[in-house]
Design a protein around this ligand. Structure first.
Ligand code: IMP
Length: 445
């Protein structure tokens, strides 16, 4: 039995979908614990591409329970579409469960998200426009609608009437937008409620029962460490906690029940939306990475900003999440490069910094310091073990592992399930090597 958290170690889009899909093979339960339909996971199975936004990747395994946890925000319209699409592709949703305490994204959330972005002008965040921030804001303000509210028809009518009238004032007076008709919204959401009802459960209880039955639970992260509301590049972040600690809060499990944290990082870096990105390449390299890596958002179709691997961020992710081992994805995207750079430190106001600066203005003007490694300039998509890799690719991986002080357990060399190198068992391998005060690695087993 092992309960594992998989998190993104960069700004999201690290290829977590493929890794969680791989790990789901040995999971009995897969849980999404934060975020909403801002996420987009692409999984390729036998040449068929599945694009998932809210439903955990484990859904592709017929015997795996898939739980959309309490800390998520649910847009019923999108979720129901996703359910229909999966069914049309022959995927069963019989083992899908939705937390009754997750919050619901309403039409006014989407409207406010987009209108607020426009108002921000040059300070815009570059959100996905899916209403994520406003849904979480209502949750904190305690005016949110939860899944269990949807299930209670009379209560919902009253609650929505009040809430929509309140939101209409904001829509009209602040954003100059048309108001919403409460009856239309109520009718629409009551219909969604009926369709979602069979899936709704007390998710924290179901997860606890799975823990007691010694089942394998996989907590599937959405977004990435640098998009974390508390520990990311605020204000250019999402409104939930994609870090490992967030999985406990969002799923409703105690930290003592977690056995392992696996970090997923691309072999280079990407970012969607606004905000500083020290290793960004706006030139030829960025274009090559974007083209070869097909770096377009699953959710919004936006072109992702691309650049070199940033080990300062990598080390930060290891620290903030307590990562035990890493999965490095999309190594094959670097195949054609003659030279590959890795950011090993930042220069800030003339000083060399090896740690991620939490001061946003320092981060915004830091200068990356690079080490240049030779590229391998050959295709590695067929490699299935470390021995198959060219020496330069192996050296690159070793260098990343040394910089981040954690082992690399998985290397992905292509989008398909089989284009994967398993270096060591990511779930049962040795736990993270910590460094002693004198710099000696300590292995906790
Ligand atoms: P929001 O989550 O829609 O509010 O967007 C806030 C920021 O997070 C924006 O920069 C988005 O591009 C980014 N973001 C949200 N979800 C994802 C994701 O799944 N992958 C990558 N970036 C994301």
């Amino acid at each position: 039995m092992a309960n594992v958290i998989v998190i993104g170690a960069q700004w999201g889009d690290e290829g977590k979908g493929k890794i969680t899909d791989l790990l789901s093979r040995s999971a009995d339960v897969v849980v999404r614990s934060q975020g909403g339909v801002n996420a987009g996971h692409t999984v390729v199975v036998q040449g068929q591409t599945f694009k998932l936004h809210l439903i955990p990747s484990g859904i592709l395994y017929p015997n795996t329970d898939c739980i959309i946890g309490s800390g998520t925000v649910i847009d019923p319209q999108v979720l129901l579409q996703e359910i229909e699409q999966l069914k049309a592709l022959g995927v069963s949703v019989d083992k899908l469960f939705i937390s009754q305490t997750a919050h619901v994204t309403m039409p006014y959330h989407r409207m406010i998200d987009r209108a607020a972005e426009e108002r921000r002008g040059e300070y815009k965040i570059g959100t996905t426009g899916r209403g994520i921030g406003p849904t979480y804001a209502d949750k904190s303000e305690r005016t949110g609608i939860r899944v269990l509210d949807l299930m209670d028809v009379e209560h919902l009518r009253k609650q929505l009437e009040w809430t929509i009238n309140y939101k209409n004032v904001i829509l009209e007076k602040i954003y100059n937008l048309p108001s919403l008709d409460p009856n239309t919204v109520i009718t629409e959401y009551l219909e969604y409620a009926e369709q979602l009802r069979p899936f709704v459960i007390d998710s924290a209880l179901k997860i606890y029962e799975a823990v007691r039955e010694r089942k394998n639970i996989l907590f599937e992260g959405a977004q990435g460490t640098l998009l974390d509301l508390d520990h990311g590049t605020y204000p250019y972040v999402t409104s939930s906690n994609p870090i490992a600690g967030g999985a406990c809060v969002g799923a409703g499990v105690g930290p003592t029940m977690i056995d392992r944290v696996i970090g997923v990082a691309k072999a280079y870096t990407t970012r969607v939306g606004e905000g500083p990105f020290p290793t960004e390449s706006t030139g030829e390299v960025g274009k090559l990475l974007c083209d070869r890596g097909a770096e377009f958002g699953t959710t919004t179709g936006r072109r992702r900003r691309c650049g070199w691997f940033d080990a300062v961020i990598g080390r930060y992710a290891v620290r903030i999440n307590g990562i035990d081992c890493l999965a490095i994805t999309k190594l094959d995207v670097l195949d054609e490069l003659e030279e590959i750079k890795v950011c090993v430190a930042y220069q800030i106001d003339g000083q060399i910094r090896h740690h991620f600066p939490t001061n946003a203005s320092h981060f915004a003007h830091c200068e990356p310091m690079y080490k240049t490694l030779p590229g391998w300039q050959q295709s590695i998509s067929h490699c299935r073990s470390l021995e198959d890799l060219p020496k330069q690719a192996l050296d690159y991986l070793k260098f990343l592992a040394e910089l981040m002080e954690v082992p690399i357990a998985i290397v992905s060399v292509g989008p398909s399930r089989d284009q994967t190198i398993i270096v060591e068992d990511p779930i049962h391998g040795p736990k993270r090597a910590l460094l002693d005060a004198d710099g000696t690695p300590v292995t906790i087993t």
